[in-house]
Design a protein around this ligand. Structure first.
Ligand SMILES: Nc1ncnc2c1ncn2[C@@H]1O[C@H](COP(=O)(O)OP(=O)(O)OP(=O)(O)O)[C@@H](O)[C@H]1O
Length: 579
């Protein structure tokens, strides 16, 4: 998975990778050449007292060092550019993919893991790219070149070098193999900590109201502890890695001095060559160590890549059609035909046999007990989910055959949980219609009964709105969400319990103001209160996912027992609250 991800997202940087490889090559060749010049200075210059030779080679060494430093800086610059751009592109790809997800995929993954995957996981892979860019060419060349140059200086010491490399390779391999499952567990536990943290932040008011802070602290402590345990397990293995590398390096250095010393004694090797041999050995083992460093990161990056690919390879269940069908003209006739909807993993459908037509200019209200399927019904129009049987069509075209962007462009959705984006009142109002004028916004705010409180805000339309609209009350948020839908001027409105946070008189005023504005549109209203929907052209009564009544308020009050029960229960509530 890691290789696949790297291959796809590094392709645009092939040119830069080539330049990086050239710069690294230049740097390594210079590094490999320097010890051999040093050996010459010692053996031919110092040993013979030839100062001119020393000055001459010294100058060469200086020039080569300058080239080596320049090449190393250039390689580091290219490497950082490639790694950072890689990270940017992968994050962009994940964001684009998640934007294509339907509610089903978002629910299946969960927001915390999607956030971790787009941040922490990408960072892990990016780190490996950065390391690879630094070592990719230099480590192998250094290793091969070092061996070649070292053998040129002294072949009899070669078995020692080979033994050191083999021992190092086996030791590192064994440790790294045990690290992979540890990293997988660690990333999962990072998700766990994020999940608890996110829930804590979103539900902070509820937590305080129910005095559940100690419980939440305990929950976080458990998740935190689990992450710590997993990290410690991996950390122990990592801790074993470096001492192993250094032990092999130090033992082989002692071995070289020991055997080399005897050879110098015997006169079979010169001191300069032995010094160069030592430098090469250190260089080789250093590159093995650097490669080890990278190898250490690869398992974690491989796990991260697996998680990233998990997102990138998930096919959204609500996907654009292969052949888009455009309605001749969008009028807004919405038709449900024998619609059934079953959530993935659920044992029975939440909607069954729904047949319904809504015409432009009509308001269709949906009422029913909690969990009867009202929100699900209208979410099918917006293709937040697809039906499992039957069709939902707009102007005769199945919504699954329409271009999703065009479909959503005709819809004005006011969700059950009003959500506003960080910015200003105006930026939120222009969310569905960036060209809306201030006048249009004020008109929409007036219909949504929001003018009063927006005028009272510091900055009015330019008043700041926090993420999620948390600096506004629930009712204010709901009114701004209604106004936002009105500014977009869609053909079809979907109000999902959008009036529930409004008091009765505001609800009435809002509906009166709304009527002329949506005169030509098709309006769906999910509501709990009979008073909100009594004027609707059609009222659909849902019970356990089935339509148990359809008609006007008067008709249903006459012949629909479920509706009569709802009316009766609300009347009793009203009498009870007055008493
Ligand atoms: N994303 C989901 N995944 C699985 N089941 C779901 C999902 N959303 C809703 N359900 C289930 O589907 C049923 C209908 O939910 P829905 O939200 O449509 O009801 P509702 O009538 O709008 O309820 P309420 O009046 O409380 O908002 C419920 O039993 C709910 O548990």
């Amino acid at each position: 998975m890691l290789l696949g991800l790297l291959r796809r997202h590094l392709r645009p940087f092939l040119g830069l990778l080539g330049a990086l490889a050239a710069a690294q090559l230049a740097s390594v060749v210079c590094q490999l050449y320097l010890p051999s010049l040093n050996a010459d200075i010692l053996d031919k210059g110092v040993a013979r007292g030839d100062t001119t030779y020393i000055w001459h080679l010294g100058g060469w060494m200086l020039a080569i060092t300058v080239v080596q430093v320049g090449a190393a800086i250039t390689a580091a610059f290219f490497g950082s550019t490639i790694a950072m751009s890689f990270g940017r592109d992968v994050r962009g790809a994940i964001f684009a993919q998640v934007s294509r997800f339907s509610a089903r995929e978002v629910n299946e993954f969960g927001a915390p893991t999607l956030i971790t995957r787009n941040t922490n996981d990408v960072q892990q892979v990016q780190l490996v790219v950065l390391m690879a860019c630094t070592l990719m060419v230099s480590a192998p060349i250094m290793m091969v070149g070092g061996i070649f140059m070292a053998l040129r200086e002294d072949a009899p010491l070669a078995p020692l070098m080979v033994a050191a490399m083999v021992v190092l390779g086996i030791a590192v391999g064994l440790i790294v193999r045990r690290m992979i499952p540890g990293f997988r567990l660690m990333q999962k536990r990072v998700d766990g900590v994020n999940r608890v943290m996110r829930e804590h932040l979103s539900g902070v008011r509820v937590i305080r109201a129910f005095v559940r802070e100690p419980y939440e602290k305990e929950r976080f402590a458990v998740a935190n502890d689990e992450l710590t345990q997993a990290s410690i397990r991996v950390g122990r293995l990592m801790a074993a890695l470096f001492p192993t590398v250094f032990m092999v390096m130090n033992v082989s250095t002692v071995g070289v001095w020991w055997f080399g010393g005897h050879q110098v004694d015997a006169g079979t090797i010169q001191i300069g060559s032995l010094t160069a041999y030592m430098t090469y050995l250190i260089q080789i083992l250093m590159s093995v160590m650097m490669a080890t460093f990278m190898v250490m990161m690869v398992p974690r990056a491989a796990v991260a890549a697996e998680r990233i690919e998990g997102v990138l390879r998930t096919e959204p269940s609500v996907h654009p059609p292969a052949h888009v069908v455009e309605p001749e003209q969008i009028r807004g006739v919405v038709r449900f035909e024998d619609v059934e909807m079953q959530y993935p993993g659920a044992d029975k459908p939440v909607l069954c046999g729904v047949d319904l037509v809504a015409h432009p200019g009509q308001t269709v209200a949906i009422i029913g007990s909690t969990g009867s399927g009202k929100s699900t019904l209208i979410s099918l129009v917006a293709r937040l989910f697809d039906t499992t049987h039957g069709t939902v069509s707009i102007d005769g075209v199945d919504v699954r055959d329409m271009d999703p962007d065009k479909l959503w462009g005709h819809l004005g959705i006011v969700p059950q949980r009003p959500y506003l984006f960080s910015g200003t009142v105006a930026s939120n109002m222009r969310y569905g219609n960036p060209d809306a004028t201030d006048e249009q916004i004020w008109d929409a705010l007036a219909i949504a009964q929001a003018t009063g409180f927006v005028r009272g805000l510091d900055g009015q339309l330019e008043a700041p709105v926090n993420q999620g609209g948390t600096n506004l009350s629930g009712g204010q948020r709901q009114r701004l969400c209604i106004a936002r839908a009105l500014v977009a001027h869609p053909r079809i409105y979907l109000f999902d319990d959008a009036f529930s946070a409004l008091d009765l008189s505001t609800d009435r005023r809002l509906r009166t103001a709304l009527a002329p504005h949506v005169r030509d549109a098709t309006v769906f209203v999910v509501a709990q209160r009979i008073s909100t929907i009594a004027d609707a052209d059609q009222i659909v009564v849902l019970d356990g996912g089935r339509m148990v009544g359809i008609g006007t308020h008067e008709e249903l009050a006459q012949n629909c027992p479920t509706y009569q029960e709802i009316v009766e229960s609300q009347r009793a509530e009203k009498v009870g609250s007055v008493a």
